[in-house]
Every structure is written in C-alpha cells, then in structure tokens.
Design a protein around this ligand. Sequence first.
Ligand code: DHB
Length: 391
Amino acid sequence: VTTQVGIVGGGPAGLMLSHLLAKAGIDNIVVEKRDHETIRTTHRAGILEHGSVKLLNDSGVNGRVLSEGHRHDGIDLRFGGRSHRIDFQDLVGESVWLYPQNEVFVDLAAARERDSGDVRYSVRDTEVLDVTTATPKIRFTEADGTEVEIRCRILVGADGSQSICRRAIPADVRSDHFIEYPFAWFGILTEAPPSAPELIYARSEHGFALISQRSETVQRMYFQCDPAEDASAWTEERIWDELQRRVEGPDGLELKRGRIFEQMVLPFRSYVCEPLRHGNLFLAGDAGHTVPPTGAKGLNLALADVGLLFHALDSFFSAGSSTLLDAYSETALRRVWKAQNFSYWMTSMLHTRSDATPFERKRSLGELAAVTGSRYGQQYLAEGYTGWPDN
Ligand code: DHB
C-alpha cells in the first residue's frame, strides 16, 4: 500500500491530522493498536482551549463541541478554604470549553468514517522503518492476521506516551527531558448533580483536589494521592470524605455526593522529546511530550502540534515547500515548553509534597495570594489556561 502520510496512532491527534489532510486532498492512512471501544471509554481530561475548539469547529468535524460542550468563562482557585475566581472573559476575553477528550475522539472517528477515511484499529506488531529515507514504512499485522506494509512519503508518530515511533529516533540525536512527581491523582466519575458551576482547583492542608464536571448528571473529580495508592481499596464514603475535607471552608461548600462508577489512580510525569523530527518522521502530541494533568494541557498541546504539522504538510505537498516542515520541531517546542512550565507551575502551586516543610507550605500560599491578588497575576494564569494565541 502507498500513501502520502502514514500516521501511527488513532487517538485525537492522529485522527485530527488525518481529517485535516483529507480535507486538503492529501492521502493518508491511520493505524492504531487499540480498538475503537477502548479509546472511547478511556477517560482523560475535559477542558478545551478556545484554539482547540476553533480547530474542531472550523475544520468541519461536526458541531457537537459547541452544542454539547459547556463554555466556561472562569475557574475558582481555592485555598485557605476560600474561593478566588479567575474571570477569563474579563481578563483576556477568552473562554474554555468543558468537553471530554473521549467525545473529541468519538467525533473525529465518526468524521473519518463519514468521509471514508482509512483508519485501521486493532493492528498489532507495528514497526516503523527507513524514516530517514524518502519512503518511510509502517509494517503491522491487521486484526485478521494479514501482514501489511504502508510506504509513505512522510510518517507521523501520534502514538501516545508509549510511542514506538519515538524509538526510531536514535538515542544519540534525541534528548529525553523528564521529571517525576511524588504524587498522583485519584480520579472518580460520579452520578451526581454539579457541586459548582465552574471548575474548582483547591489547595488544602490535606492536598490538592479538583472539582470538575461532565454533565447535569455526571461529575468528574480528582484528589492528590500517593502514586502507590490502591484505588479499589477505597470505599465511596472514604472518597467523598477525602474530597470534602480538601474543599472545606467557612463558606460551607458542600460536595453533592452520588454513586461513584469509576475510580482510578493516574500517575503523572513531565516529559519532552527533543527534537520532534528525525528525517521524514514527525512526532505529535503525547508521543513527543507529556504534561502533568493540572491545567488540562495534554490534548490541547496535541491539537496545537497537529494544527502546525498540518500547515507544514499542506505546504510541502501542495506547494513543494519544506520550509514549514523544517521549522516544525522548533516551532512546536516553543509552545510545548510554555505548556510544560504552565503545567509544572499549576501542579507545584496547588499540590503539597508529603515531606514539605512549613516554609514550603506557607510559600505556596503566598504564591496563590500573589497570583489571585493581582490583576497581572490573574491575567498570566488566564492566558496560559485558555491557551496562548500563538507559539
Ligand atoms: C479535567 C482534568 C484536568 O486535568 C483539568 O485541569 C481540568 C479538568 C477534567 O477531567 O475535567
């Protein structure tokens, strides 16, 4: 099989790129090792920057992000038991949309199917070869056992944090930058009405908690925990008590409890692969970088990579110019490092290390007071949260 762009990974990044390329008349094939149902039911973050919403909407995926998503004009930062609203509209004139990543996947997968896109799920033994030649290849085995080789002009690795494509960049030209954190998130989905109209990012002496939403009847919440925590060992009552004590305050904020139908521990790290290109192989999304979840930058960063890469590929295939492709890694990494800083900053400011000294605990409260007490501080946060206008 021959195509112009071979894409490894059929998550939101790979499918978005495939969709944009197809619209521009550029042939492409996507291969994905998971099945549709597994991706659809993998719960990830739920906040889209305005730029991500625009990309989904303007490219004609469908209108669900606007009709089903919820526009959020601000968030609450909560510390010392008090909430401080960051008003995005007032500060930077932008909003974000609460629209879960699995819905983004469902929409993109449906759009690829509608437009007769070539997306192959459940493939195994995927390998990438000859990435520095003019015909890089993807080899894999289809679900029915057929062995396939795709010869392409450009290969894109959008295959997530465990990327096999990344491994095709030799160790001597690749830098892996990463840090680990001494905490993880305990995430739940519950059948309950919303406890608040907007997201609450809370720092408490018992650790971080995030009160997020999904719909009128389903809510998403997280709290900082030990990475070794056994999620199944927690009863519903214990989870609710833990969440509640982290948002407790004189305003009497009371979480609305309900049946918990999903509970899991999500470990996290910060990681960047430099460069994001080797020969005719380009990395996009988690394959090239991972952020801790605080601030929900992961999917947004992946979509920003895809937007850039699409323009570069369009200019390469339609106008024969490699200028944008040559600039891709450096341009994408500018936003990646800003988002790494933002996610690291939000994580550090809102979480408490178990070995933190009283000085460190008080300093973080000082930082939160400085940010929320200043219009400049609030604006800095609002700009990063809603998404920088360019890289
Ligand atoms: C959600 C996750 C995040 O990491 C975040 O910062 C905000 C919202 C969510 O799943 O709703």
